[in-house]
Each structure stands twice: as structure tokens, then as C-alpha cells.
Design a protein around this ligand. Structure first.
Ligand SMILES: [Zn+2]
Length: 65
């Protein structure tokens, strides 16, 4: 399943961050994504292929109410 990743979206990954959060805010897209953990604010760089493989859901910023 293909997702349309955009800066500002919240991506839900299969793997849990040590702080307990599953959701990451997308700060940058490209060959590598920069993600910020919504739980603790920790930032990571992840290859796009890894993000795509581990995505369980994508919440568009435009859908946030
Ligand atoms: Zn975290």
C-alpha cells in the first residue's frame, strides 16, 4: 500500500519508540525522512524504504481538526 507522505503529517509505525509512542511527525521527506517522535520529541533520520515498510497508518495534517 502506498502512502502520500508530506511534511507535517503524522505517521504511525509498527515499531514502538522506547518512550512508548508509535506516532512520528514528518519534518522532512526525500530519500531519507526526518521524523520527530510525538511522545518525547526525539528526532531521527530514516531511509524512506524503511518508513514505507513499517507504516501502519498516516494521518494527514489537513485532516486534523
Ligand atoms: Zn519517543
Amino acid at each position: 500500500m502506498a502512502f502520500d507522505y508530506e511534511v507535517g503529517d503524522i505517521v504511525k509505525l509498527k515499531k514502538k519508540h522506547p518512550c512508548g509512542a508509535f506516532e512520528w511527525e514528518i519534518l522532512r521527506v526525500g530519500a531519507d525522512f526526518r521524523l520527530k517522535c510525538v511522545g518525547c520529541g526525539h528526532q531521527i533520520m530514516v531511509p524512506r524504504t524503511l518508513v514505507e515498510k513499517n507504516t501502519r497508518g498516516l494521518r494527514k495534517k489537513t485532516e486534523e481538526k
